[in-house]
Design a protein around this ligand. Structure first.
Ligand code: ZN
Length: 99
């Protein structure tokens, strides 16, 4: 389709993918699994801020959701735009990627 972007993903850990001691926060195998699922689900749009087509899985975290009776954890996967650093965050459970 003319004009349609195809997003690309990088698996090499960039500086953004390292913790404060310089260690990688995701394994290449985990990054590859995430990329495979996103491609299979048709996650192909470029960065919404700068239009760059390359993202890198850079980390995972739990978002704490407050409910009436308790706090619930929502596991998420974060990807960073390689040009502007815009973060895209996906809920892991709908992708089958919750650990
Ligand atoms: Zn961007």
């Amino acid at each position: 389709m003319m004009g349609q972007w195809t997003v690309s993903y990088q698996t090499a850990n960039a500086e953004d993918g390292k913790n404060e001691k310089g260690g990688n926060v995701m394994t290449p195998e985990r990054q590859a699994a995430i990329i495979a699922v996103l491609r299979q689900r048709g996650v192909i749009q470029p960065c919404q801020r700068c239009g760059h087509p390359t993202f890198e899985p850079c980390g995972e975290r739990d978002i704490t959701l407050k409910s009436l009776s308790k706090h619930l954890a929502m596991p998420t996967i974060m990807l960073a735009c390689k040009q502007c650093g815009m973060l895209a965050e996906h809920a892991a459970r709908p992708l089958g990627l919750a650990e």
